[in-house]
Every structure is written in C-alpha cells, then in structure tokens.
Design a protein around this ligand. Structure first.
Ligand code: ADP
Ligand code: MG
Length: 238
C-alpha cells in the first residue's frame, strides 16, 4: 500500500482515519497492528479487505491493485479473504457446523462443504461441538467457530479485528496461539488489530499507529533492526 489516505466526513468535520500509509507485508507473515482506540487500526484492515476504498493512494495485494478493480472482481477478492471480528458475528439460529458452512453455501465449490467444515472445527479444537448453537458455547469457543468459518474459503489472508477483545486474557492467548498455528500450518498471512500488548508475542511484526500514521514498525522475529516500512518483499504487497 502506497500513500494511502482515508477520510471520513462526520458532523461537518473531516476525520483522517488513515493518513498517508505506505506499507508492505511479506506473504505468510503474522502482523499485529496496535494503537489506541481511534488510531486507524480498523480502517487499515477495512482498506486491505476492500471493505472501504481509499481516498488517495494505491493498495496492491498479490499484484492486484484493489483501487482499480471493478465491483464484481472486488467481491471475488473479498470472498478470498478470511475475516474475524471482536464480536464473532455468528448466526444465532445456526449450529456451529452450519455457521462454518454459511459463507460458501451460495457457491459452487470444489470440496465437500460439510466435510471441510468438520475438519476445520476439529482444527480449532471443537470436535464434538458441531451441533452446538452459539448460545451453548463460551466466548472463546464462539471465536473458534468464527475462525473456522473464516478459513472455509481457504484464504491466503486472514484479517482479524481485535479478535481477543471480548475474551479474558487466558482465552485470548489461546486464540492467538490458534491463529499462529493456522499461519504456521497453512501459510496464511495474518493481520491482527489489537490495542493489547501481549498479542505481539505471537506475531513477527508489530506496527503501531497513531492518528492514522505508523509511528513504530518492529521486527519481532528476533531481528534487532526495526523492519523498514518501505522494505520490498516479493509476493503479497499491501
Ligand atoms: P481503531 O480501530 O484504531 O479504533 P478506527 O479505524 O475505527 O480506529 O477509526 C479511526 C478514526 O476514523 C476515528 O477517529 C474514527 O472515529 C473515524 N472513523 C472510523 N470509521 C468511521 C466511519 N465509518 N465514519 C466516520 N468516522 C469514522
Ligand atoms: Mg477498531
């Protein structure tokens, strides 16, 4: 992503939620986006997820310039992503299994939907709970269902907006471990917004935002040098 600006108009005044971000993320990386409430974390994730369009700048993912895509191609791009939110957003009347299947239900896919959903529920540690309704599951279990659902379309990029925000710290740490495991086993690139400090432990890069700008970019892989925000990495370029 290059020189990206996103403004919102509200009550007569403009808010610059993202203010000239230039950033590149390596494929397969697990990146935490930290910063105070209102610093632009969600907006950054929405821009990468093509939920919002930038006012200025370009966003390129896997060689695809999102700002130049037509509506139908954007929808297709979005379907290829996995989203996880703070509030799970499960459908209350559907079982865990049906919630996981829901995103691909309208589409013709090359795999057996039920078998894949079962496998994913097993992968997130919920074997045996396929028939449970969200109300019968704990917060951590509901977030596991949401993560399984996000993986249903085999995304190369998983976008998680404060996925542990509603959970106690022990459960939140388990969810982070799960995301790290998914990234390790599947090579999924993971982008996580959080205002919590401990999330960084599971990640290999920490970006800190303030007023829509990157004020810190830290390599957590054991390297000593802060990763340059302009470092060029082949592959997934945001
Ligand atoms: P964070 O996720 O770090 O809390 P956000 O990206 O949600 O920050 O918000 C960044 C800024 O943009 C805030 O000032 C917020 O009020 C504003 N903002 C975000 N979304 C909207 C919107 N849809 N309409 C108006 N203002 C918005
Ligand atoms: Mg937010």
């Amino acid at each position: 992503m290059t020189g990206v600006v996103k403004r919102f108009r509200g009550g007569g005044s403009d808010v610059t939620a993202v203010d000239g971000l230039t950033l590149e993320i390596a494929p397969g990386a697990m990146v935490a986006v930290a910063g105070a409430s209102g610093s632009g974390k969600s907006t950054l994730l929405h821009l990468v997820g093509a939920i919002e369009a930038p006012d200025e700048g370009a966003i390129e993912v896997d060689g695809l310039d999102l700002t130049r895509l037509r509506r139908a191609r954007l929808a297709e791009y979005r379907r290829g992503l996995g989203f996880v939110f703070q509030r799970y957003h499960l459908l209350p009347a559907l079982t865990a299994l049906d919630n996981v299947i829901a995103p691909v239900l309208p589409y013709r896919v090359s795999f057996d939907k039920t078998a894949r959903a079962r496998d994913l529920l097993a992968a997130v540690g919920l074997s045996g709970r396929e028939g449970a309704l969200p109300s019968q599951l704990s917060g951590g279990q509901q977030q596991r269902v949401a993560i399984a659902r996000a993986l249903m379309g085999e995304p190369r990029l998983l976008i998680a907006d404060e996925p542990t925000g509603n959970l106690d710290s022990a459960t939140g740490a388990e969810i982070l471990d799960l995301l790290a495991e998914i990234r390790r086993d599947r090579g999924t690139t993971v982008l996580i917004a959080t205002h919590e400090q401990h999330i960084a432990a599971a990640c290999d890069r920490l970006l800190r935002l303030r007023d829509g700008r990157i004020v810190e970019d830290i390599d957590l892989t054991g390297g000593e040098e802060p990763a340059s925000t302009l470092a060029r990495v082949d592959g997934l370029r945001l």
